[in-house]
Design a protein. Structure first.
Length: 100
């Protein structure tokens, strides 16, 4: 189940942050996000929602990890809206923050 949760998180990330780069129709992307948010909140089991929360927590931990032996850490690349997105999902707010 965790692999599916990771895939869903990546898909939501893509819809929220890469739609323009990929060329998705904005209206379609918004409807897809709304539909997925509804399904997560109303049709997913508690275990499925927990798996998605865990996926977001793991992703956040990877982004915020301590620098490695060469001083590299991806923290500076994580913009505030992306961090907020992951924090919302990790805390169980599956509709997420308002994104522009």
């Amino acid at each position: 189940m965790q692999n599916l949760a990771d895939c869903l998180l990546n898909y939501l990330w893509t819809l929220n942050f890469s739609s323009d780069d990929i060329g998705f129709d904005e209206d379609w992307a918004v409807k897809e996000i709304e539909s997925l948010s509804y399904d997560i909140e109303h049709n997913f089991t508690d275990a499925e929602r927990q798996a998605l929360k865990d996926s977001a927590s793991r992703s956040l931990a990877r982004w915020l990890r301590e620098p490695d032996e060469h001083g590299y850490t991806p923290r500076k690349l994580l913009k505030s809206e992306k961090r907020n997105f992951l924090e919302c999902i990790a805390s169980g707010k599956f509709s997420g923050p308002e994104l522009s």
